[in-house]
Design a protein around this ligand. Structure first.
Ligand code: ASP
Length: 582
């Protein structure tokens, strides 16, 4: 090795030792007779000191080096007079005897320190410099830790890691596929997996029993903030199990991860049905760090000649504790907030429960004090609280109220990042009606099995069929989801029929899976966790981007390598692809 130690390990215990360190020059400070340099590597920062009096030429040479020079120093560990107890190496410094420049560096385009002056685009273009900064580096170390602990847990309970191919055929998970042209089969394309779904099921037919993989998945979706076209899943599947077994196994995984990575016990995960989640939170991934449930005011508020409520599909309220003194301005601002297109409400009705016991609402014209008293009772409001009400078409209003609830939760400081509340959401509907395509879509994916007791409804009332499907939700974020699968050819065929596939199409696209079901498929089920998201949750960050070494930007571009990019005419010709400009 070119070094005896790293920049993160020397302490007072090493005082007097001769050492050799390598690293990057983070910054240097000239203080008259002395020059101090912060030397950085992955493990930490160690202070170097050069003394003008004892070695003027060395000190002068050191002063000539710029930021991010790569150097190797020989010196002695000495106790610092000016200690920095915030750093593990803060009690010592290295009195340098000699150094070599291993490589020079141009002045970096942004400051490579804990805090940087570099904007997002610049940092992405020079991601290799950004990764030298400790917050990004720490995020990647955390990611590696989560991956290692995932493997530890799953290996211990007999899962085996199996790789599945990346060049495959379309898997219908609801998004568009990325496709790759095949040179050897002109006019034909591979698809990149949206997930290894069908392969993991085939591994169950193959008798692998318990499979996992930390695997890249690809979905060509319109990019929303914080979505990456390629992302990583912890993908798992088990045979001879029921839903309960999967919930227990993976609750165990997540508990292990919180324990090992965050030193935090998240306790037993509560369970909630999809129907309850929608009713109480207006959302299938409820943030249960705080209550503020949605209260249905429909019966209570109708029939008093207030047209907005009378004509609404649903009238929903939430009670914001301690907010009765919101000013007119705050309420107007909140009204504007719910009217933004992203939220889509037409207006906001409020009722203040004043601390003197009186109630004042924005619809006093229509509702008597007695009416309003009933409102307060219905949502358990106390003097000092503020009741906020939205009305309109059921689905839209629930969604808007869910957003308002989250917003109020944030404003009231009820969504502490370090308070982790996880739960299972169960019994999702199997199917979802799409107005756009005028047909049923699988809510999870077409391989999900209906609840046996609901199979009869498949033909009579498909929208009512519940699936053996589950999501794990932490702090309002869906971190994982899966299902018990169909493992019988006839039922799978029936399912494709309901989803609008002709028997021929179903056979052409999924014959490989249905045929496999004829050779002794075991009952099986599984789950996949969004690995990037899980890491960002552990790291307490909103964005998954910092947990990915080389992420793409919001336009799906890698601005560092400048991709996607055109390919040469030769490559196109070889692939027999011609580009038609509109
Ligand atoms: N393949 C599914 C997904 O990516 C997960 C599963 O059902 O196991 O969401």
């Amino acid at each position: 090795m070119l070094r005896t130690h790293t920049c993160g390990e020397l302490t007072l215990k090493n005082a007097g030792n001769s050492v050799v360190l390598c690293g990057w020059l983070q910054r240097s400070r000239d203080l008259g007779g002395m020059t101090f340099i912060d030397l950085r590597d992955r493990y930490g920062i160690t202070q170097l000191v050069f003394n003008m009096e004892t070695n003027a030429s060395l000190c002068e040479a050191a002063r000539k080096m710029g930021r991010e020079f790569v150097i190797r120093v020989h010196g002695r560990v000495t106790e610092r007079s000016n200690k920095n107890l915030k750093m593990p190496t803060g009690e010592i410094e290295i009195s340098v005897d000699s150094f070599e420049i291993l490589n020079e560096a141009k002045t970096p385009p942004f400051t490579i320190e804990e805090n940087t002056d570099g904007g997002e685009d610049l940092r992405m273009k020079y991601r290799y410099l950004d990764i030298r900064r400790s917050p990004v580096k720490e995020a990647l170390l955390l990611r590696a830790r989560v991956a290692a602990e995932t493997r530890n847990y799953l290996n211990k309970v007999d899962f085996i890691e199996v790789e599945t191919p990346v060049l495959i055929k379309s898997t219908p998970e609801g998004a568009r596929d990325f496709v790759v042209p095949s040179r050897m089969n002109p006019g034909e394309f591979y698809a990149l997996p949206q997930s290894p779904q069908t392969f993991k099921q085939l591994l169950m037919v193959a008798g692998m029993d318990k499979y996992y993989q930390i695997v890249k998945c690809f979905r060509d979706e319109d990019l929303r903030a914080d979505r990456q076209p390629e992302f990583t899943q912890i993908d798992c599947e088990m045979s001879f199990v029921e839903q309960e077994d999967i919930l227990n196994t993976f609750e165990g995984l997540v508990r292990h991860l919180f324990d090992a990575v965050k030193n935090c016990n998240i306790g037993e995960l509560p369970r909630m049905t999809y129907a309850e989640a929608m009713q109480n939170y207006g959302n299938d991934k409820p943030d249960i760090r705080f209550e503020m449930k949605l209260i249905d005011f429909s019966t209570l508020s109708k029939g008093k000649n207030f047209k907005v409520f009378d004509e609404a599909g649903v009238v929903l309220a939430i009670c914001a504790k301690g907010c009765s003194e919101y000013t007119r301005k705050q309420l107007d601002e909140l009204t504007d907030w719910v009217k933004r297109p992203q939220i889509g409400a037409t207006g906001l009705v409020y009722a203040r429960y004043n601390t003197d016991g009186s109630i004042k609402s924005s619809v006093d014209k229509f509702y008597s004090p007695e009416d309003l008293k009933l409102w307060m009772e219905k949502c358990n409001a106390a003097p000092g609280d503020l009741v906020l009400i939205l009305a309109g078409e059921e689905h839209k209003t629930r969604k808007a109220m869910s957003e308002l609830r989250l917003e109020m939760g944030s404003r009231l400081g009820l969504r502490d990042k370090d308070n982790y509340r996880a739960l299972w959401v169960l019994d999702f509907p199997l199917l979802e009606w799409s107005e756009e395509t005028q047909r049923w879509h699988a809510m999870h994916h077409p391989f999900t099995s209906p609840k046996p007791e609901d199979v009869g409804l498949l033909t009579s009332d498909p929208g009512k069929v519940r699936a053996n499907a589950y999501d794990m939700v932490i702090n309002g974020v869906e971190v994982g989801g899966g299902s018990i699968r169909i493992f019988n050819k006839e039922l799978q065929q029936k399912m494709f029929g309901i989803l609008g596939f002709s028997p021929e199409d179903a056979q052409a696209q999924f014959g490989f899976l249905m045929n496999a079901f004829e050779f002794g498929a075991p009952p099986h089920g599984g789950i996949a966790f969004g690995f990037d998201r899980l890491c960002s949750l552990f790291g307490g960050a909103d964005s998954i981007r910092d947990y990915i070494a080389f992420p793409k930007n919001n336009a799906g571009r890698d601005v560092m390598i400048d991709s996607p990019a055109k390919i040469s005419a030769e490559q196109l010709k070889e692939l027999q692809i011609s580009i038609h400009k509109p």
